[in-house]
Design a protein around this ligand. Structure first.
Ligand SMILES: C[S@@+](CC[C@H](N)C(=O)[O-])C[C@H]1O[C@@H](n2cnc3c(N)ncnc32)[C@H](O)[C@@H]1O
Length: 423
């Protein structure tokens, strides 16, 4: 009995690629194509097949060699991308267990589907101190800080799967399948592609921002990627930049989307926030920690219309796939339960708060730091973004002023905060 390694791909869902081993190539393909619930048109075909001396050994070697790749777990290669595919094949062919490539003829369907790509972020760390973050962010252009897959997964897995059922998710700052530069492929797009069926999504729409274009939008190359059920489509409307505030993007946001999910460009955080809030849609986005006490955000926190998600996001990937630190946090209006960060709030009597974490400003307003919160102080007092993100407003405190508070101590401006009060 022969031993084989293969890579298959679904015809209408080119993002669905799987790598595996089998003793019987034709039976395995039949198995793929007999899977229950699968459309008849969406057949699988082999992208690569080869005979090997020991398929288990080679499969384990693939797992080890690509151990940083998340698709190793499920043997799925989301998205298909030419570079990754080439790497797998190169690795397999150069392995001592490789015998020969096998070419299997499969019935070609007439339907043409564009192949989409996947990127795999590197996990190499670059020891940057947190202090460097903001300066570095400016140097490297933090609009191009990409979210790591594991951070998307960590946050999204905290919510009940039911929130996605039959919903259209709009990732409006996310390159789903960047053809020029695979590094730009978004982990948000990856996550939703990967979990599409499992969470019962109806549709996923991702838009690619082509950057600023000339006066007449000549050469605008923004595109809209839609996964509707198992069909994947990529459209390049004329003059479309792919900006989240382009009329076409706003139309998708307002008329099609149920939930918006992305990490928008930091430099457009406020515009993005205002656009999203105005749409009235559910959202789950990453923003800078300090935005929790930004005047554009405060009114919505104050009225309990928005709150922090579960996690902070400390690490991002630069376009060179290097890790870099930045102070991100999830912001949402999707209900969350049992916030683990409550534990970080130290709600105790004022006199028990260590002196170094409490002071009064020139207006005699109490400022408390390090997540210390007085539970016996009746007047408004000022806190930083942290306690707000840790759920202070769910613990019997309210925001009392709709703009951020900028304390002065001995005439010197201190860090911005927000004024809160025990209810
Ligand atoms: C901070 S990065 C995050 C990318 C991706 N959402 C992620 O989480 O990895 C912001 C992205 O938004 C893109 N972008 C910049 N301006 C934009 C705009 N006006 N509309 C949509 N996307 C934009 C950038 O090119 C960049 O890819």
């Amino acid at each position: 009995m022969g031993e084989y390694i293969y890579i298959v791909q679904a015809l209408l869902e080119p993002s669905k690629c799987k790598i595996g081993k089998t003793n019987d190539l034709s039976r395995r393909l039949k198995e793929y194509n007999n899977m229950t619930g699968k459309s008849k048109e969406n057949i699988y075909k082999y992208l690569f097949t080869c005979e090997v001396k020991n398929m288990t050994q080679l499969e384990n070697a693939i797992k080890m060699n690509f151990s940083v790749l998340r698709e190793e777990k499920s043997k799925e290669i989301y998205f298909f991308n030419a570079a990754l595919f080439k790497n797998y094949v190169k690795f397999i062919k150069s392995h001592k267990m490789f015998v020969k490539e096998i070419f299997i003829k499969t019935d070609e369907k007439k339907q043409m589907v564009k192949i989409v790509k996947k990127t795999t972020p590197s996990l190499e760390e670059r020891g940057l101190s947190p202090k460097d973050v903001m300066q570095k962010a400016k140097r490297v252009d933090n609009d191009e800080f990409y979210t790591r897959y594991e951070d998307v997964e960590k946050e999204l897995s905290m919510y009940n799967k039911r929130i996605w059922k039959n919903k259209t998710v709009f990732c409006n700052c996310d390159d789903p399948v960047d053809e020029d530069n695979e590094r730009n492929t978004s982990a948000f797009a990856l996550y939703f592609m990967h979990h599409f069926a499992e969470i019962g999504l109806k549709k996923l729409v991702c838009i690619h921002y082509s950057g600023v274009v000339d006066l007449f939008n000549q050469g605008a190359k923004g595109y809209i990627f839609t996964k509707d059920g198992f069909r994947e489509l990529k459209a390049y409307p004329d003059g479309y930049t792919g900006s989240f505030d382009h009329p076409l993007s706003l139309k998708i946001l307002n008329e099609d989307a149920d939930i918006v999910c992305t990490n928008p460009p930091f430099s457009r955080a406020i515009d993005y926030w205002n656009t999203t809030i105005k749409s009235g849609k559910k959202f789950l986005i990453i923003s800078n920690i300090s935005n929790a006490i930004n005047t554009a955000y405060i009114p919505y926190f104050k009225n309990n219309q928005v709150w922090a998600g579960f996690n902070e996001v400390d690490w991002f990937l630069t376009p060179k796939k290097e890790l870099t630190r930045a102070a991100g946090y999830w912001f949402t209006n999707i209900p969350i339960k049992n916030r683990p960060k409550y534990k970080q709030l130290k709600i105790i009597p004022l006199k028990a708060i260590p002196e170094k974490y409490k002071k009064y400003d020139d207006l005699e307003i109490l400022l408390v730091d390090n997540c210390f919160i007085p539970n016996d102080y009746k007047k408004p007092f000022a806190v930083s973004a942290r306690p707000i993100l840790n759920g202070l407003l769910e613990k019997g405190y309210k925001i009392v002023q709709e703009k951020r508070y900028e304390p002065c101590i001995n005439g010197k401006l201190g860090f911005a905060r927000v004024l809160v009060q025990k209810i």
